[in-house]
Design a protein around this ligand. Structure first.
Ligand code: KG4
Ligand code: ZN
Length: 328
């Protein structure tokens, strides 16, 4: 079964061709650089860039996979959550293709798509398993029961982890997205040089909070302009990842975990990958983490999950709408 995927939920225009839900025949990603100077994604600019790029990624992907619309069994498109003006570009493009080729259309949830990125391989995690979804919009620890059912164990009460990376980068005068910049800068810094606070909740919840850490880093930077930016970045990065580990350890005190999946843009972080690999090894946990290309927004994960939905008989009509919110 061949399903094509379209992803335009934020600032990456992506098109993919996936066979049988896991074989990636093409995964084209066009990342928008225009937002760098604004320190964050400007929705109107993002949608205009998607309009410019979408036919290009489509044609390039179809050519790379050596297929035509006649070979396509389904068209999977991200229709939630995301920036409405961005989502609508991909959704309308997908509708045009579905109408022209009389091909089933499947609306896919972007967040569940991220989880699926660890299933784009034959050595996928067996359900149920514990998953972290770490991106610019989410910090979720959850139990994944199947492709579309997740049980949230903890989520952020304020900023998402990726958002904290982006805001700190912007404040220190670097560009957007901040994650890769802070990651690189941290390599020359000392992660133990500055002690930043970890959130403490009065209740026993396994929720996260990144706004206190972000403010502490910004205040420190303001008050200590001569401190090395690399030390600040590395100390922030370590604390941000420690916060994840603290909650994971607390969960492990109550429940057995043998499989852990980490997905979303922040899972590309080199310090996180190293720390989580060590942690999993020491705790006898099998760790699943996607390749760099599949960590950040991509259409292969959308096409893959779309295949599973189609197999379950789930299809949408040309009335399919876009929604800015919703993790399910
Ligand atoms: O999943 P994603 O591409 O888009 C959303 O669904 O939000 O995640 C984007 C987020 C951004 O906040 C970006 O700064 C962060 O992922 N990110 C990273 C790294 N690469 C991307 N954060 C930390 N380290 C990285 N290497
Ligand atoms: Zn994403």
């Amino acid at each position: 079964m061949i399903v094509i995927g379209i992803e335009t939920s934020c600032d990456d225009t992506s098109f993919a061709v996936v066979e049988d839900g896991y074989k990636i025949r093409a995964n084209i990603i066009s990342s928008q650089t225009i937002h760098s100077k604004y320190g964050g994604v400007v929705p109107e600019l993002a949608s205009r860039e998607h309009i410019k790029n979408i036919s290009y990624v489509f044609e390039k992907g179809m050519k790379a996979a050596k297929i035509t619309l006649k070979d396509v069994d389904g068209i999977a498109v991200t229709n939630r959550p995301g920036l409405i003006v961005s989502l609508l570009v991909g959704l309308n493009f997908a509708k045009g293709l579905a109408y022209a080729g009389r091909i089933p259309l499947i609306g896919v949830n972007h967040t569940l798509g991220h989880i699926y990125s660890n299933h784009l391989s034959k050595s996928e995690p067996e359900f149920p398993y514990i998953g972290f979804i770490l991106s610019g919009g989410h910090t979720i620890l959850c139990k994944v029961h199947n492709y579309t059912t997740i049980e949230v164990i903890g989520t952020t009460r304020d900023d998402a982890i990726g958002e904290a990376f982006d805001k700190i980068s912007k404040f220190m005068g670097f560009g957007y997205p901040g994650g890769p910049i802070i990651d690189k800068l941290s390599k020359s810094g000392n992660p133990n040089s500055i002690k930043f606070p970890r959130p403490r909740f009065k209740d026993k919840s396994l929720d996260f909070s990144y706004s206190g850490l972000k403010t502490a880093v910004l205040n420190y930077y303001r008050k200590n302009p001569d401190t090395s930016k690399a030390d600040i970045a590395a100390s922030f990065q370590k604390t941000a990842i420690d916060i994840l580990i603290i909650n994971l350890k607390r969960y492990l005190e109550k429940e057995n975990v043998s499989r852990l999946s980490i997905t979303g843009g922040v899972s590309a972080n080199s310090y996180l990958r190293k720390t989580m690999t060590e942690f999993s090894k020491n705790n006898n946990i099998k760790l699943f983490i996607p390749s760099h290309e599949l960590c950040t927004d991509n259409a292969a994960m959308i096409a893959g999950l779309g295949t599973r939905l189609l197999e379950e008989g789930k299809k949408d009509t040309l009335k399919l709408d876009a929604y800015s919110r919703g993790i399910k």
